[in-house]
Design a protein around this ligand. Structure first.
Ligand code: KIV
Length: 285
């Protein structure tokens, strides 16, 4: 089982200080959380990617604080050793500081040990408000899916030197505001390295190269539960969609051929009761 991981411990995990790389996986329900935890992941992210990979929405902007609390609670009930971080959905931290803190508290009461939110220096007042309510915050910079309308789609960020330095400045502002770790998504590896060197909290990359302090991927992408075209930064370690469809098709064939259920998959009556029941019923079945 091991000691439960938490924000202060994670915040010290810089590779430059000799720490092992952090491993984070998304999970959205009890079975996926148990699998991620048994695999030894350090952090479980109840990501707003739940919108697409579980709930069938087009983008992450469709999920609400109620959706995130519902999935966070399912993950937290498994009591994983991994630290549970929950995404604040779009518009749950944009309106006012009071609203932001109330929404963060909702996720903590559902089981979050920390919340994650997207954006740079413009988010500092909201981050400070959550941190002063004693809730750890993870930042998220670069390709931020909740900004897909403003960014004109899902585009790699920080390709120009000006944009790269803006990201470094954003990361410093997030760390200064009290973020205990920062996700870096969809940016050149050089920019991932620059940011990782510039801040003293760990960076966790997704499409941000090998220089980050850790890596995160989406559960369904790693296991091949999805058939959609994957971004180039994903490495698939299993083909659970095709394995699963094959298994379900064998079940359907067994039902249709009468091979399922067999005697070992059926129950018996108490000794002596069967003949009595059939006699009373009138004929054998
Ligand atoms: O929602 C999510 O899955 C995420 C990861 C991509 C970091 O935010």
């Amino acid at each position: 089982m091991g000691t439960k991981l938490n924000a202060p411990g994670i915040s010290r995990r810089k590779r430059s200080l000799g720490a092992d790389p952090l491993v984070m996986l998304t999970a959205y329900d009890a079975p996926s959380a148990r699998m991620a935890d048994e695999a030894g992941t350090d952090l479980i992210l109840v990501g707003d990617s739940v919108a697409m990979v579980v709930l069938g929405h087009e983008n992450t902007m469709s999920v609400s604080i109620d959706d995130m609390a519902h999935h966070a609670a399912a993950v937290a009930r498994t009591r994983p050793r991994a630290m549970v971080v929950v995404d604040m959905p779009w518009m749950s931290y944009h309106v006012s500081q009071a609203d932001t803190v109330t929404n963060a508290a909702r996720l903590v009461r559902a089981g979050a040990q920390a919340v994650k939110l997207e954006g740079g220096v413009e988010r500092v007042p909201m981050i400070e408000a959550i941190v002063s309510a004693q809730v750890p915050v993870m930042g998220h910079l670069g390709l931020t899916p909740q900004s897909m309308l403003a960014q004109g789609g899902y585009r790699v960020q920080g390709r120009s030197s000006e944009a790269a330095l803006r990201l470094v400045a954003d990361a410093k502002a997030l760390a200064h505001a009290g973020c205990f770790a920062i996700v870096l998504e969809g940016m050149p590896a050089t920019v991932g390295r620059m940011i990782t060197e510039a801040v003293d909290v760990p960076t966790i990359g997704i499409g941000a190269g090998d220089g980050c302090d850790g890596q995160v991927l989406v559960f369904h992408d790693v296991l091949g539960l999805e058939t959609r075209v994957l971004p180039r930064f994903v490495r698939r370690y299993a083909s659970m969609h095709s394995d699963g469809v094959g298994a379900l098709a064998r079940f359907a064939a067994d039902v249709r051929s009468g091979a399922f259920p067999g005697p070992g998959e059926s129950y018996e009556m108490n000794p002596g009761e069967e003949d009595m029941a059939l006699g009373l019923y009138g004929h054998r079945v």
